[in-house]
Design a protein around this ligand. Sequence first.
Ligand SMILES: NC(=O)c1ccc[n+]([C@@H]2O[C@H](COP(=O)([O-])OP(=O)(O)OC[C@H]3O[C@@H](n4cnc5c(N)ncnc54)[C@H](O)[C@@H]3O)[C@@H](O)[C@H]2O)c1
Length: 317
Amino acid sequence: MTKRALVTGGAGFIGSHIADALLARGLQVVVLDDLSTGRRENVPAGAEFQQCDVRSADAARVVREGGFDVVLHQAAQIDVRKSVADPVHDASINILGALNLLEAVRTAARRPRFLFASTGGAIYGDFVTPPNLEDYAKDPDSPYGIAKLAVEHYLAYYGRVHGVEGAVLRYANVYGPRQDPHGEAGVVAIFCNRLLDGKPLTVFGDGTQTRDYVHVKDVAAANAAAATASLPAVGTLDVRAMNIGTGVETDVLTLAETLRAVSGRDAEIEFAPARPGEQLRSAVSIGKVQKLLGWKPERTLEAGLKETFDYFAAQRG
Ligand SMILES: NC(=O)c1ccc[n+]([C@@H]2O[C@H](COP(=O)([O-])OP(=O)(O)OC[C@H]3O[C@@H](n4cnc5c(N)ncnc54)[C@H](O)[C@@H]3O)[C@@H](O)[C@H]2O)c1
């Protein structure tokens, strides 16, 4: 029988690529999104669309009565700085919204699997040396990271106590087509648009801070694999958590130079004062997901950056 999937946040950057990947694999897809940052045109033509807030009774009803095999929960308040400015708002969407859906899963006649989009950056913080393993200490330095960790704990609890089948995908720094160039998260999208505008690329601090950049289509493929793979037996928090990244640390200066090279555009690199509290190093180990899902990223950074730049260039017409 055809499998049915619900992608929350499916009008957003990562969720819309997940919807594409699931449709391409023959699943029926429903997208649930309130369009607060997502765009209706990101929802693929083959998917059904439900516009509602993940905190609402409507969203709970969709989950409970939709007959889904899997829920891929991507909807979130994703801005770390906003979470610092207004932690109550962040927790309302990122904790209570997820909990609303988890309660709906628990009480559904047919319980779907629940895949949760967590973070492989903010959750580990700067206390550990990358590449980070799943069971490393977690001491998030932002309400955003704390909310992600809280939902991971809820999911582990729902697994152990209520038998809900769940898994956590901890994404590194995701980049690619459809990322919001005005958001706080997407340095690649920001750099692409600065290059197209002929403006300098701004690097904060000395540019040696590192991140693990993973292409959004690779992240979508990991989600599609996790939708149907057999999962390890329930246990402690990290047992069903998988890092999704490349395992490679790239510093911001190298990222800017590589993007300049693959785009063929010339732009100056300008330096601005370091941002207080910015994480210095970040990369995730991906041995576990390779073992559990047989997944690894397909794209090199150069190929992924070129594809992304070409997308933003084409957007300009
Ligand atoms: N982009 C990254 O590098 C990255 C890294 C780690 C984790 N993540 C996680 O991946 C997920 C997707 O992030 P993204 O980068 O695609 O962001 P995005 O902003 O493009 O997508 C989020 C989507 O959720 C929707 N949404 C927000 N609040 C909602 C609500 N209350 N009810 C219903 N829909 C709501 C938005 O309209 C948007 O379409 C998020 O959970 C994010 O925390 C992203």
